[in-house]
Ligand binder design. Structure first.
Ligand SMILES: [Zn+2]
Length: 425
């Protein structure tokens, strides 16, 4: 290989407009849960246009259900394919294979009136591209796509298989990435360009839980005669948060998360209940995102949460009037992991980052989950998250700085060159 870094970096800079065009096109697709198909069609066209072999497939929910890492699905998989662009070297395989994975789905926009401009109308202001999904993680998909395309256009090809995966449902189940795993995709390393220019080599376990509570109705005029399901749900969620604080405490703290201020967060994200203002509510449903340390399985975390709730129920005066249950009937059921910092993927990626930025990257233990867990825990494919950092992900006025996206493209292309090796095309 005779590619010089300065040559690569200037070729990426020369493609600034191509980055902005592709990211704008992707952000304009409102690829919320269940609405990913148009964006995936765009990715399929893009991969085919680069001369990659295309593998487009829908997720088989019944087959996935057999896997221990399956998360209960939330909606049908019909018409919402995963898309994979496959590069197989024409001129000999001498290097190591690589998966580049990104999720096409985005999270809800929240109250749209809080945004400075509509979330699915991409806008460039002050060198930043704004829109839902701009940072999390469509800029990462642009970075790996244009990293490959730039190498091709410079007259090179990776000297090993490279798989470009655009998957659905990272934000709620992970079943898109699990679908790729079950289709047989493996490699000697994987990079997921989530919004972080630190190397994320550890993450928490995450689960979505639904708490169901039943109370006793009464006329509001004699409210003390009833037992409010909403009040009791609030009480139980409080008990759960007490458990979270216990897990945050030094006695329970996982060593890799020792420097975090508050790694374990139980978030009451959705609450529904009651009938109308003049009746004491008979039912309430709370949906909560919980997290737990690597080494704890989702089943163990749920058992501990159930025990805490049962305890709180017993201690509550008049508690016998209430019924409750808690389950993981839909959404995340994700285990955490910690990678060994000495593995070749992290060493090589660190060198590439240092070549481009002049300083070594930090390593970071993420207090959420990502699709990296499937590769590391079930796919024998070491995987880290590393990509263009962004701001306000899952918030309002999400953006990515265009320069950060270009830098990520350069680092990823440089990593491909070192990891896979390059052939002349
Ligand atoms: Zn993401």
């Amino acid at each position: 290989m005779t590619l010089e870094l300065h040559e690569l970096a200037s070729a990426v800079r020369a493609r600034r407009d191509a980055h902005v065009r592709m990211l704008s096109a992707l952000v304009a697709f409102p690829s919320l849960l269940g609405q990913e198909s148009d964006a995936q069609r765009y990715m399929a066209r893009t991969f085919t246009g680069m001369g990659l072999e295309l593998d487009e497939f829908e997720i088989d929910d019944d087959a996935l259900r057999q896997h221990p890492a399956y998360a209960p699905s939330l909606t049908s998989y019909a018409g919402r394919p995963n898309v994979v662009g496959i590069h197989r070297p024409r001129n000999g395989t001498t290097g190591r294979s690589l998966i580049l994975n990104g999720h096409i789905d985005v999270v809800p926009v929240g109250d749209e009136r809080l945004w400075s401009s509509p979330p699915f109308s991409p806008v460039v202001r002050d060198g930043r591209l704004y829109g839902r999904g701009a940072a999390d993680m469509k800029a990462g998909i642009v970075a790996y796509t244009l990293a490959m395309r730039t190498l091709f256009e410079l007259g090179f090809e990776p000297a090993a298989p490279v798989y470009l995966q655009s998957v659905i449902e990272e934000e709620c189940t992970g079943n898109g990435a699990l679908g790729c795993l079950m289709r047989g995709y493996r490699a000697e390393a994987a990079i997921i360009p989530e919004p972080s220019d630190t190397i994320r080599d550890a993450q928490l376990g995450v689960m979505w839980l639904t708490l169901h509570v039943q109370g006793v109705p009464a006329h509001a005029a004699v409210a003390p005669d009833g037992s409010s399901a909403i009040d009791f749900a609030g009480y139980l969620v409080g008990a759960m948060k007490g458990l979270a604080e216990q897990w945050n405490g030094s006695a329970c703290r996982h060593a890799r998360f020792a420097d975090h201020a508050h790694p374990i967060n139980f978030n009451l994200g959705e609450l529904r209940g009651g009938e109308w203002p003049s009746s004491v509510p008979t039912q309430c449903e709370a949906r909560i995102r919980v997290s737990f340390y690597p080494g704890t399985t989702p089943e163990q975390a749920l058992a501990e949460i159930r025990a805490t709730l049962a305890d709180a129920h017993r201690q509550r005066p008049g508690g016998a009037l209430f019924n409750w249950s808690i389950d993981n009937a839909g959404g995340f059921r994700a285990e955490g992991f910690v990678l060994d910092p000495g593995i070749p993927l992290i060493e090589t990626l660190s060198l590439c980052h240092r070549d481009v930025h002049g300083v070594a990257p930090e390593r970071f233990a993420f207090t959420g989950t990502t699709d990296a867990r499937y590769f590391n825990l079930y796919g024998a494919t070491p995987a880290v998250c590393y990509g263009p950092p962004g701001e306000n992900i899952h918030g309002v006025d999400e953006y990515v700085a265009i320069d950060d996206m270009l830098n990520a493209t350069t680092v990823i292309a440089w990593f491909i060159a070192r990891w896979c090796g390059l052939n002349r095309r």
